[in-house]
Design a protein around this ligand. Structure first.
Ligand SMILES: Nc1ncnc2c1ncn2[C@@H]1O[C@H](COP(=O)(O)OP(=O)(O)OP(=O)(O)O)[C@@H](O)[C@H]1O
Ligand SMILES: [Mg+2]
Length: 385
């Protein structure tokens, strides 16, 4: 392990009592390595653009080979007002102690000077948004069996974050680009706990912290009520996307088909849910299973958070341990409702975009960020729902 004295070398040498605090913090991090900036620079060939594998709301991600030979995804957080080292490490401690087959593994971090960098295991098959939903760009085939495995895997990962992690974690940004795939197409939820690492008052990440519109639960988007059930809602949208092989919003389609959830509800009422299944699957799917998955997605997206199942129940419904009761499915909380509600409120600042995958930056979501930014791990509301 890198000596932390080295890590703090350079610009930001803390006063003595701060060093003691940080040393204490470091000593409690058992499962995460603290990397020197030098090592990460070497791993990425000085953060060479050739090694850049993507850019998200939190910063740029580079592929790199660590000194021990392991490949890593190195995420350089682009936060202007850098978070304190101690707070950063406290959060890392929580995330690094979490291990689950369906969660991306955090190897460690670098908190040297102004740099805040996270080092994850590298996943070979990119994200669901770039592969399954990425159109012709990907050569990967997603059979029904593979899709089933992905849906159940993500549900298990979320159930773990919600019900087994201590303290429990609300992800807040479940969406296709945050589901990464390893070489066997096992899904891994990424960026869990990341919102907590970003100071809530930073405007340029507020959109990220607030989530992504097509996946946002109405109560969270409109009233800032963040509970685990907001993740359940987002999972419901993701489930629809995986079964149908399309993005939740597609403005290029005829108006009545633009919003996936609206279309799912309409087809459910007509008893024609099966029409939503990805045509690319041909006959390679189980009709009952596919309908069941789509019904679970409707349950997950119910307007009332209380009506949505917990993630452990979702796992049971998807695996067939529990049966879906059609009677429990009523109209889901939909994007179009959200937009009209938003228009009615007609608040003066901000805008609410309905574009595919766009982030919200409305006044209400900015409030959400400000007032609930620190509620990622434990929310009081959630205990009631
Ligand atoms: N552990 C990883 N292994 C392989 N690729 C990764 C890993 N983590 C991230 N990536 C890739 O890096 C890119 C950027 O990821 P990042 O999480 O920064 O942005 P995003 O998921 O697109 O958006 P968001 O900021 O909302 O999370 C994505 O294309 C993702 O596939
Ligand atoms: Mg991401």
């Amino acid at each position: 392990m890198t000596c932390f004295g080295l890590c703090l070398g350079g610009k930001a040498s803390p006063p003595h009592n701060r060093v003691v605090e940080i040393d204490e913090e470091i000593s409690t991090i058992e499962n995460a390595r603290v990397y020197s900036y030098r090592e990460l620079r070497a791993a990425t060939e000085d953060f060479c653009p050739v090694n850049k594998i993507g850019k998200g709301g939190f910063g740029s991600v580079y592929k790199g080979r660590l000194r021990d030979g392991k490949m890593a995804a190195i995420k350089v957080l682009s936060v202007e007002s850098k978070q304190g080292v101690k707070e950063f490490l406290t959060e890392i401690k929580v995330i690094s102690n979490i291990e689950h087959e369906n969660l991306v593994k955090l190897y460690g971090c670098c908190a040297e000077g102004d740099h805040r960098i996270l080092v994850y295991n590298y996943l070979e098959n990119n994200s669901l948004s770039q592969t399954l939903l990425g159109g012709a760009h990907s050569s990967l085939q997603f059979s029904w069996i593979t899709r089933t495995k992905i849906c159940i895997g993500v549900a298990r990962g979320l159930a773990f974050l919600h019900e087994e992690a201590q303290p429990y974690i609300v992800h807040r940004d479940i969406k296709a680009s945050n589901i990464l795939l390893d070489k066997d197409l096992t899904p891994k939820i990424s960026d869990f706990g990341l919102a907590k690492l970003i100071p809530a008052d930073l405007t340029h990440v507020s959109t990220r912290v607030a989530g992504t519109l097509g996946y946002l639960a109405p109560e969270y988007a409109m009233r800032g009520q963040l509970t685990r059930k907001a993740d359940v809602y987002s999972f419901g949208i993701l489930l629809l996307e995986i079964v149908s092989g399309r993005c939740n919003t597609n403005k290029r389609l005829p108006i009545e088909e633009q919003y996936l959830l609206e279309r799912a509800w309409r087809l459910f009422k007509k008893g024609e849910l099966i029409q939503l299944v990805d045509a690319l699957l041909g006959d390679d799917f189980d009709v009952d299973d596919a309908c069941k998955f789509l019904k679970v997605s409707l349950l997950c997206t119910q307007v009332m958070p209380k009506s949505r199942p917990s993630m452990s129940t979702v796992v049971k419904l998807l695996t067939g341990e529990m049966q879906v009761d059609d009677e429990e499915i009523s109209e889901p909380g939909m994007l179009s409702d959200l937009v009209s509600l938003r228009n009615q409120k007609n608040t003066s600042s901000g805008s609410l975009s309905t574009g595919s995958g766009k982030q919200v930056d409305s006044s209400s979501s900015a409030n959400t960020t400000a007032t609930h930014g620190t509620m990622t791990f434990t929310t009081i509301d959630d205990r009631k729902s």
